[in-house]
Write a protein that binds this ligand. Structure first.
Ligand code: C2E
Ligand code: MG
Ligand code: MG
Ligand code: MG
Length: 287
């Protein structure tokens, strides 16, 4: 029987299937086989404190190595992981490593925060709260340093469940961020009702700052809205000095983007940012 739903654990090839779907199934099989191995890797992208220009945390971004050793980006694999439900198990491993990493950083004089992306399936249909609670307890890490990023669509998919889960997560002390804010179809009403601590302005709006009048208006409004609701703001996709300066003037709390650093493997992250006298002051050479 061909795969017809997300619950099926096994896939079979049928003569009707095109080459493309066979390829997808082989990929799915391999993704499943390699869960828990180092074929899955989290790359770290630095997040920078606007006021001090010091690195204050990372966003962890998933990469997967195929059999030939090629690194596959999230858009190739996340939809498959999400659709098949494998994202739940992959996510459990990620939460473990996030808490281990936090613990390790806490032993330094200036610990970093760790942001992790959480998909709909993970928040709404898994035991995420318990997974997070256990990982924090086992590793003895500070929950305040763990940021879980969800998109507006995750909340809108099931407002009641999302509210319940987010409240439980907030009770654990972790921070909730809305990712890609402004691009989804969401109701502003939930923003004040939900335990949300951080808004991440989508790259789409940051892209042509400080010249595009509409994006200036949108970004300024998002920052004002967030601050009036007691949330802090992260600007994603910051690529230029002009963007940095403009966003700093708007009062954005944190930057993330190629201007400060690309997502890199952990060893590379340590080499680039942590082996310098800790914590690193960004210098021109890191840009
Ligand atoms: P996101 O959470 O919005 O992550 C930011 C994306 O923007 C990353 O792409 C990052 O590499 C890219 N980016 C950062 N700075 C810049 C910049 O200055 N310019 C440009 N052009 N791009 C920039 P990436 O790593 O390909 O991830 C894409 C999306 O996949 C993420 O968007 C997130 O929604 C999802 N994702 C990544 N890792 C995970 C994961 O472990 N779990 C889940 N559930 N989703 C993930
Ligand atoms: Mg994100
Ligand atoms: Mg984002
Ligand atoms: Mg984005």
């Amino acid at each position: 029987r061909a795969k017809d739903g997300s619950k099926n654990q096994f896939c079979f090839f049928t003569p009707q299937m095109g080459a493309e779907s066979i390829k997808q199934m082989q990929l799915e099989t391999e993704l499943r086989k390699t869960i828990g191995t180092d074929r899955y890797e989290l790359y770290y992208q630095p997040k920078v404190d606007t006021a001090t220009r010091q690195i204050c945390g990372v966003e962890a971004l998933l990469r997967w190595k195929d059999a030939d050793g090629n690194i596959q980006p999230p858009y190739e694999i996340i939809p498959i992981l999400e659709h098949s439900g494998m994202i739940i198990e992959v996510g459990e491993h990620q939460i473990q490593s996030a808490c281990q990493q936090l613990k390790e950083w806490q032993q330094k004089e200036s610990p970093l925060n760790f942001a992790l992306n959480i998909s709909a399936r993970q928040l709404l249909n898994s035991n995420l709260v318990e997974t997070v609670r256990q990982a924090i307890a086992e590793n003895g890490c500070d929950p305040q340093r763990l940021e879980l990023e969800i998109t507006e669509s995750v909340i809108m998919a099931d407002v009641t469940t999302a509210l319940d889960k987010l409240q439980q997560l907030e009770n654990l002390g972790v921070k909730i961020a809305i990712d890609d804010f402004g691009t989804g179809y969401s109701s502003l009403a939930y923003l004040s009702r939900f335990p949300i601590h951080i808004l991440k302005v989508d790259r789409e709006f940051v892209k042509d700052l400080p010249w595009n009048k509409d994006n200036i208006t949108i970004t300024r409004s998002i920052v004002e809205l967030a601050h009036n609701l007691g949330m802090s703001v992260v600007a994603e996709g910051v690529e230029t000095m002009a963007q940095e300066q403009f966003l700093a003037n708007l009062g954005v709390e944190e930057f993330q983007g190629f201007h400060f650093g690309r997502p890199v493997p952990v060893a590379e992250f340590d080499r680039l940012y942590l082996n310098a006298p800790y914590p690193l002051h960004l210098t021109e050479k890191t840009f």
